[in-house]
Design a binder for this molecule. Structure first.
Ligand code: PLP
Length: 396
């Protein structure tokens, strides 16, 4: 890891991790100042509720080691991960924070939870028993959270189980919950009737657990407004610049840009085909730029150019951007290489040697949509062969 300062109108600290920048096939730039701005924006929308940060899957692929310190500095005090090892990684950086483990606890993970001071989100009556026994045998009263299912049918006690457990816990002090939470299934579609249904179910639970905090909203849930905010919100994707709503209107700052190195520019003739399967026939004499990023880097094969049967529903496929021009992807994305039609791109731009795949001209969600997926999957799939540059504005 290398840190340097770049001087411009404002000072920016650049921290380099990942592959050697001289050798890497692609460059991932992560703007930690934009990330912190996004958290502050969501915290403001959440107030008076507190705002946590969801940093599961290595902070949606962007790196817990860089993302968590930036969020701590912005004022974030609670973090959610999926797995205990992710929680341990957060705990090393954030000694005083609340670190919740969404996927719950099992017999083998309980010791890690108590050793690292992680807070499991208990998702069934069995998990509650397991946690109670684990803590009792060690004389511990470690905090936990209770997950309640209000319609996802994923993790969580049923509403009735939660309400009756509440009575039992008041009587018997089985466990020491500090949070009760549920998760929205359709929050990205503000008009969906399921949102109000889940809000009402969860309201009953939160009212019963009236002496502890309650939490319902993910990124999109924050935009649904008051009845969804409760005491603590749990945004993930919006922190990282993704749209939190199906209409794509969420005004977050872009955090990620991805550029691919051009390894060759070649001329091909009208009527020839390109890439595996020869699925795309060139309709004109074409200048092709070959970049060294492929599906092994998380650049989705499902976003291939014309003729790929994988992607019937998404006409056009992915595109890149270079020299002020949008350039279509040609043929199939391969493991380590992808082809773009750069016939209309000025020579000087090609000589610079990079094509933007995600960034100011190709928003994350547009790229995801062109590959038939969502920003979440695109981000979490970005591989570890990139040079990674973390940018952070420095107070002067
Ligand atoms: C992933 C997750 C979140 C964050 O969701 P976003 O849509 O990324 O904001 C919040 N709560 C739970 C339970 C999750 O699994």
């Amino acid at each position: 890891m290398k840190t340097a300062f770049r001087n411009g109108s404002s000072r920016v600290r650049v921290t380099e991790t990942g592959a050697d920048p001289r050798l890497a096939g692609g460059r991932l730039v992560i703007d930690l100042s934009a990330l912190a701005d996004n958290w502050r924006d969501l915290a403001q929308r959440s107030a008076p509720a507190k705002c946590a940060a969801v940093v599961k899957a290595d902070a949606y692929g962007l790196g817990i080691a860089q993302v968590v310190p930036a969020l701590l500095a912005a004022g974030c005090e609670s973090f959610f991960v999926a797995l205990p090892e992710e929680g341990v990684a957060v705990r090393r950086i954030a000694q005083g924070a609340d670190v919740y483990v969404l996927n719950g606890v099992h017999a083998l993970s309980a010791p890690t939870m108590t050793e690292a001071g992680l807070i499991p989100v208990l998702g069934s009556l069995d998990q509650i028993e397991l946690w109670a026994k684990h803590c009792r045998e060690r004389g511990l009263r470690n905090p936990c959270a209770i997950g309640v299912d209000t319609g996802m049918n994923r993790l969580g006690l049923t509403v009735d189980e939660a309400l009756s457990f509440r009575e039992r816990n008041l009587r018997d002090h089985v466990i020491s919950p500090i949070l009760v939470m549920s998760h929205l299934a359709c929050a990205d579609d503000p008009g969906h009737a399921f949102n109000a249904k889940q809000r009402e179910s969860f309201q009953r639970v939160a009212a019963a657990f009236d002496d502890i905090d309650s939490s319902l909203a993910n990124s999109a849930g924050i935009y649904l407004g008051d009845g969804f905010l409760h005491d603590l919100t749990r945004p993930g994707i919006a922190l990282y610049g993704g749209a939190a709503s199906v209409d794509g209107t969420t005004p977050m700052r872009q955090v990620v840009s991805l550029d691919a190195r051009i390894v060759q520019v070649r001329q091909a003739i009208k009527g020839e085909t390109v890439s595996y399967g020869g699925t795309q026939t060139l309709t004109r004499d074409t200048t092709i730029a070959v970049v060294s990023v492929g599906y092994a880097d998380g650049y989705p094969r499902s976003g291939s150019g014309a003729g790929v049967p994988l992607r019937n529903a998404v006409p056009g496929g992915l595109c890149g951007h270079i020299g002020g021009v949008k350039v279509p992807l040609l043929g199939r994305v391969t493991m380590d290489l992808t082809l773009f039609d750069v016939t209309d791109v000025p020579e000087e731009a090609l000589e610079e040697g990079w094509i933007e795949l995600i960034g100011p001209n190709i928003p994350l969600d547009d790229a995801a949509r062109a590959a038939g997926t969502i920003g979440y999957e695109l981000l979490t799939g970005l591989g570890n062969r990139y040079e990674r540059r973390y940018l952070q504005a420095v107070e002067s």
